[in-house]
Design a protein around this ligand. Structure first.
Ligand code: KIV
Ligand code: ZN
Length: 501
């Protein structure tokens, strides 16, 4: 039987960005979108333009700069939303308008306060209106999995007649279970007379941990497009994870018989980028991209792997772009070796970035004997941060102990001025952060702080991630150093710099 092709619709920049605290600015969204294009997803949902000026600008930027995938903007089924999405997408060579309107009894009665007839009318009118602006229209009956079947069939039929080319079936609240969700897709195929004129898409949330299972069941039952996000980020418990779906299809081709356009060797890099820019860490046991996903601990397993890899490994780490955690460079490595290694990792830097990253590498090599790929990626990611650094760390001095009050003295540089202040705190990190607040005058609330070692070993690089809130905005920051207090300060400063810019 000929292999079928699934359309991969990535919504990391829209539903993914609805993750609490993910907040991405336009440049960060563009950086992720460019990487999604390298990953070769079919569709990028870049945002919800009417929701804020920032989202509008981000969709516009992505639409004008990212070539290859279809660029999609979300809109409620109302004219002003559709106009806004259309305006934001004007520069896209392949724009798509994605309209949604709830169809479940509970949403229609309590949220929309509208009867079925009105919902049908609004759906049809909005699709017709959008169709006058663009060719590629997707329609989502929100909360489809909890909608009355006959009403759902009827609205799908009518929006297809009105011009929708894709009908997306969202499990908005993550309520469905796999067999049932598969039957829903099959029911649509059997009961919507004109369904062959549209692609059936699905969009699953992970409230019961079933988003990927539901998506795969939908594929088995004829869905042609899957909506998903990198690392499974998204509203509440998140969306179906792109990397899990793509690798399930690739690994179990014997069962599914589907191909996707995704270049799987770009998966790991994309996962890291999304994690770095959203500040949402990937849990170590996360399938495909978690730190432990390819690590074998049990002796019997290690022995089996050495004898024949496939005894315990169903995928190869290199298939997702994960090279072995090899010792690569050291103190005596030169710029050329550094550049070659980065190329191997798929990282290309501009000359100025390379100079900064190489200096950082040399500084690190003075402190840490063995430098692994993970170290390299961490420092490079930090050096090519997309934001102009308003405040930079010049000097840091901390006194701390179990019998004294911790105190920090910090000098920060902005443009050409250097400001030094000091402060005490409950602990050394608190003392540092209070000192930075004094210098910058920005008093954000620290919502989250986490520290992890980038690799093993006592001299490992520490990576700190923080989330900060100020005037209703939530931003994340990340910093790395072999000194965890310096990493803490860098992470906090990168968040502060985001708040300023
Ligand atoms: O979960 C959902 O229903 C959505 C729609 C807007 C597609 O995100
Ligand atoms: Zn959603």
């Amino acid at each position: 039987m000929a292999t079928k092709r699934i359309i991969i619709f990535d919504t990391t920049l829209r539903d993914g960005e609805q993750s609490p605290g993910a907040g991405l600015n336009s440049k960060e969204k563009l950086e992720i979108a460019l990487q999604l294009a390298r990953l070769k997803v079919d569709v990028i949902e870049a945002g919800f333009p009417i929701s804020s000026q920032g989202d509008f600008d981000a969709v516009k930027l992505v639409a004008s700069r990212v070539k290859g995938p279809v660029i999609c903007g979300l809109a409620r089924a109302i004219k002003k939303d559709i106009d806004s999405a259309y305006q934001a997408l004007r520069k896209a060579s392949r724009p798509r308008l994605h309209l949604f309107l709830a169809t479940s009894k509970i949403h229609m009665k309590y949220k929309l306060r509208k009867a079925k007839e009105e919902i049908l009318r609004l759906a049809v009118e909005s699709v017709k209106y959008a169709r006058n602006l663009a060719d590629d229209i997707e329609f989502s009956p929100e909360d489809a999995s909890r909608s009355e079947r006959d009403f759902l069939y009827s609205i799908i039929e009518k929006v297809i007649t009105a011009g929708a080319k894709t009908v997306n079936i969202p499990d908005t609240v993550g309520y469905a279970v796999p067999t049932e969700f598969g039957q829903l897709i099959n029911g649509i195929k059997q009961n919507v007379p004109n369904i062959s004129k549209a692609v059936i898409s699905i969009h699953c949330h992970n409230d019961l941990g079933l988003a990927v299972a539901n998506s795969l069941s939908a594929i088995k039952n004829g869905a042609g497009q899957i909506e998903c996000t990198i690392n499974g980020v998204g509203e509440r418990a998140g969306n179906a994870s792109l990397e899990e779906i793509v690798m399930a299809l690739a690994t179990r081709k014997d069962f599914f018989n589907y191909n996707s356009s995704v270049k799987t060797r770009e998966i790991y890099k994309t996962s890291r980028l999304v994690s770095r820019l959203t500040g949402i860490l990937v849990q170590p046991n996360k399938a495909i991209v978690g730190k432990n996903a390819f690590r074998h601990e049990a002796g019997i397993h290690q022995d089996g792997i050495l004898k024949k890899r496939t005894t315990y490994e169903i995928m190869r780490p290199e298939d997702i772009g994960l090279e072995e955690n090899r010792l690569v460079l050291g103190k005596h490595s030169g710029r050329h070796a550094f550049l070659v290694r980065l190329k191997k990792l798929g990282v290309t830097l501009k000359e100025t970035e390379l100079t900064k990253a190489f200096k950082r590498f040399k500084d690190l090599a003075d402190k840490k004997k063995e430098i692994f790929d993970e170290d390299l990626l961490a420092i490079v990611e930090e050096e090519i941060t997309v934001l102009p650094e308003t405040w930079r760390l010049e000097n840091l001095q901390i006194t701390s102990g179990n019998k004294i009050v911790p105190r920090a003295v910090i000098s920060l540089k902005a443009k050409n001025k250097v400001i030094q202040r000091s402060s005490s705190g409950d602990g050394p990190v608190d003392a540092c952060y209070k000192t930075i607040d004094k210098i910058t005058g920005i008093k954000g609330r620290l919502l989250d702080y986490s520290l992890r070692a980038v690799t093993g070993g006592k001299d490992a690089l520490g990576e700190v991630t923080v989330k900060m809130q100020s005037k209703g905005r939530i931003v994340s920051g990340r910093g790395t150093s072999t000194d965890i207090l310096e990493a803490s300060v860098k992470a906090y400063l990168s968040a502060v710099n985001k708040l300023i810019n």
